[in-house]
Ligand binder design. Structure first.
Ligand SMILES: [Zn+2]
Length: 497
């Protein structure tokens, strides 16, 4: 018997954690209760796919160390497979180790480089400040990492009557992201189960688009954007251009809350391409000589646009992206051949120390120097972006540009909802009025939109018998379920409770 289960909440944008367990053929009646979801027949063995930390609304319900602890049996878990290193897919790994998990952590080669970095940050924020303890946990994680190249089968276990192998395929979501193909064999029967992880949009910059799996008898698919489509790449790029032009006209800061991995690098890539294309063109086209109230230079051009990445972690991941060029797509590779540096152009400044960060907030808030600042966290729920928001939301010359999904219950969602109506947002317990202009350029998300997800599923030769829709708002999951069921009437499409 091959069973799939989902741990932790599957509602809202919560931590992903799925289990695939193989049990040797079992005689009737060996589960005396018959209904215990945690019942594992003797000789069972399985894997976890991701072990993520809650975000957004669910976090607001009071995530504490105690309810993050692993509350399901793990004695039979032989390995953890990581689809990608976003915190909602890997954040609970320290808790998994604390619960006694002793197996390998299987992931792609880029993910193996990034995982300790992202967990170090997570540990510092949510776990402990004790440097020695952090080092010990990280050492343990590094010793368990098993990097597996894309497209290569890897045997996880062969025991009793069961065997399981996994293969990672590019998911195009962030560097190192993968969907997981699992070949499960119990006795003479075998089955291919695919876990999508987060899939990228096909036109995302930098990374190749995901290809549909060649086979999937059962599929577990994320649906963060299961109810909508993104703007196409060109539209999005020109929207970014006009937001930046408009925003910089009146000499304020354009603040972009962005996660360290993925969108930050995509955005830098697109900004570099705008600078390259429009170079000497005036940015602040609406400003007349001599009438500039802000004191900024009216001959401001794209080439003189300053971009600040105020996040040591984002800077570190940008460096890793730069180092791992073999994983870039053809377009990005072509730019490098032409001598361009999409992720390290001269207008880019990185702020590392906390002191420099505070100085930058203060300086930009006072000087109204036209500038683009990228800072985390992406949903404004913490991190350096909060200091910028406090200093800048009240000034209408400033702009906040959202480029990613804002989960319900996060300050990001409140700013997006109430900002355009002249509302306020609560940050660290205080109310801040929102006078800055608020923009959303949705297509910069590293998630696939509804049509992309449908194409991914429809591209599988021979529809899966069962499709489980996970990871997304209730509405997104429900909408995606309806669409999927319509195009694949022969498949059973479920939303696991
Ligand atoms: Zn992700």
């Amino acid at each position: 018997m091959v069973s799939i289960s989902h741990h932790g909440a599957t509602s809202g944008v919560t931590g992903s954690c799925h289990e695939l367990t193989l049990a040797p053929s079992m005689k009737k009646g060996s589960d005396p209760a018959g209904s215990d979801p945690n019942f594992k027949p003797r000789g069972s063995a399985g894997i976890l796919i991701d072990c993520g930390l809650f975000q957004g609304q669910d976090e607001g319900r009071g995530a504490s160390a105690s309810n993050l602890s692993i509350d399901f049996p793990i004695e039979h878990i032989r390995a953890l497979v990581v689809t990608h290193v976003h915190i909602d897919h890997v954040g609970r790994i320290p808790y998994l180790l604390a619960a006694g998990f002793e197996g390998p952590i299987i992931c792609s080669e880029p993910s193996a480089i990034m995982l300790p970095e992202i967990l170090e940050d997570a540990l510092k924020i949510g776990f402990t400040r004790d440097r020695r303890l952090i080092e010990r946990v990280l050492g343990l994680i590094r010793s368990r990492l098993v990097p597996v190249p894309y497209g290569q089968w890897h045997s996880v276990f062969v025991e009793n009557d069961c065997s399981l192998s996994v293969r990672l395929q590019r998911a195009g979501h962030i560097l190192g992201s993968a969907y997981v193909e699992c070949d499960a064999r119990v006795g003479n029967s075998e089955e291919r189960i695919v876990f999508s992880g987060d899939l990228g949009a096909p036109h995302a910059p930098l990374l190749p688009a995901p290809q549909s799996p060649g086979r999937a008898d059962r599929l577990v698919i994320e649906s963060t954007y299961g109810d909508k489509d993104h703007e196409d790449r060109e539209t999005r790029r020109y929207r970014l251009k006009s937001v930046l032009e408009h925003a910089l006209e009146d000499g304020g800061t354009v603040l972009v809350p962005a996660f360290s991995i993925g969108r930050t690098q995509e955005l830098l890539y697109e900004i570099e391409s705008l600078i390259h294309e429009f170079g000497g063109d005036a940015l602040a086209s609406g400003m007349k000589m001599g009438s500039d109230p802000t004191g900024s230079d009216p001959s401001f051009t794209w080439e003189s646009l300053e971009i600040i990445v105020d996040s040591p972690l984002a800077a570190e991941f940008t460096r890793i992206y730069r180092d791992l060029k073999p994983y870039w797509d053809a377009e990005a590779t072509e730019l490098v051949i032409q001598g361009r540096h999409p992720l390290s152009f001269e207008q880019l400044t990185v702020i590392n120390s906390h002191e420099d960060h505070l100085n930058a907030v203060d300086y930009l808030a006072r000087s109204h120097r036209p500038c683009v600042v990228l800072a985390g966290s992406g949903m404004c729920a913490g991190g350096r972006v909060v200091n910028y928001l406090k200093a800048m939301l009240g000034d209408k010359r400033n702009d906040v540009l959202f480029v990613g999904y804002q989960a319900a219950g996060t300050p990001g969602r409140d700013i997006l909802n109430y900002g355009p109506r002249g509302g306020w947002v609560e940050l660290d317990g205080d109310r801040y009025d929102i006078r800055a202009r608020i923009h959303l350029v949705g297509g910069y998300s590293a998630h696939a939109g509804q049509s992309d997800l449908l194409r991914f599923v429809e591209g599988i030769p021979g529809a899966p018998t069962e499709i489980r829709v996970v990871h997304g708002d209730e509405d997104a999951k429900a909408a995606f379920q309806v669409r999927l069921q319509r195009v694949l009437p022969g498949s059973q499409v479920l939303i696991p409770a």
